[in-house]
Design a protein around this ligand. Sequence first.
Ligand SMILES: [Fe+2]
Ligand SMILES: [Fe+2]
Length: 205
Amino acid sequence: MHTPDISTDARNILGLQLPTDPRWVNLAEKSLDDILTDHAYCEQKAALSCISLIQRYSDKEKLVIELSPVVTEEWGHFRLVLAELHNRKLKLGKQRKDEYVNKLLEFQKKGGSTEDRLLDQLLTMALIEARSCERFKRLSEGLDDEYLRNFYRRFMESEAGHYTLFIELAETYTSKEKLRLRWKEWLDYESSIIRNLEIRGDRIH
Ligand SMILES: [Fe+2]
Ligand SMILES: [Fe+2]
């Protein structure tokens, strides 16, 4: 077991308030087939969410232009994970209920202006990217297998880029002050989800 340097970056990964429990990597290591399946679906859902944002906000030119290549990238991630399953003679399992994402969706404003709804949808995406990035970082530092550590490092870097893009898009379509206040609320809410979610080695979040 590699000892991850949790203390120095725990509170700093992309603003997340609560670091992942260090035991999670050990659990994940023991159920790699489940983790790969869950990860594959996360990538698929990321691609789908970007397509849905493009459909919903087709009048927002920057969003359409910037998110189109992300769809391709996320689908590419899905294929990478699928290939990894095949290399290991494993099959893509069933999709699980995504408690983490469902809890995030509950926090989204349902009514209000289009601007407010778009902001919440972009911040939801930013948070999922940030937490995924943090989890991939844990795997890239904590797994015993060097090949897998490098495998997850690539995802970590890519999801960090997506996180930045979603924040940039939020800055484009809302005022700085509104974004700052709402982002703070989202970060607090996300940490409460993580605090209350059971630590399981068979899923990314
Ligand atoms: Fe991805
Ligand atoms: Fe992503």
